[in-house]
Design a protein around this ligand. Sequence first.
Ligand SMILES: [Zn+2]
Ligand SMILES: [Zn+2]
Length: 140
Amino acid sequence: MHGACRCGQISYQVRNKPLYSGYCHCHACQKRNSAPCVSVFLIQKKDIDFHGKTDSFRSLGGSGKEMTEHRCHDCGDAIYSDLSVLDNVIVCLAATLNNPNDFEPEGHLWVSSRDPRFEIKDNLEQQAGPPKQMMPYLAK
Ligand SMILES: [Zn+2]
Ligand SMILES: [Zn+2]
């Protein structure tokens, strides 16, 4: 799988299957993307290669712990976030994938902060907070 920002200055190559893919309804995603939810995939750092220059921005993630967002230096598109709660795993914004069909959502995250006007009509798993699938990767 390949992805890029809109201007193309940042590109990346995914070399292994993501650990988890889904729709995130957390406040940070809603605010960053001005959207009710955001498609994301979580992947080990060793399984993705980035090219290009990013600007980083520190803020608090859904868990209340620090995260560092990386955006394209030129067009400003958000590419990925490095969460301090996870070891060697990053959260990538799946809309940056060149082929949208490469995104294979397994469920919904942080539905506790879902916009009530935004109804979920699929049958995917819903989790109130972060994905339980990431438990083995929590930072010690
Ligand atoms: Zn989120
Ligand atoms: Zn760009």
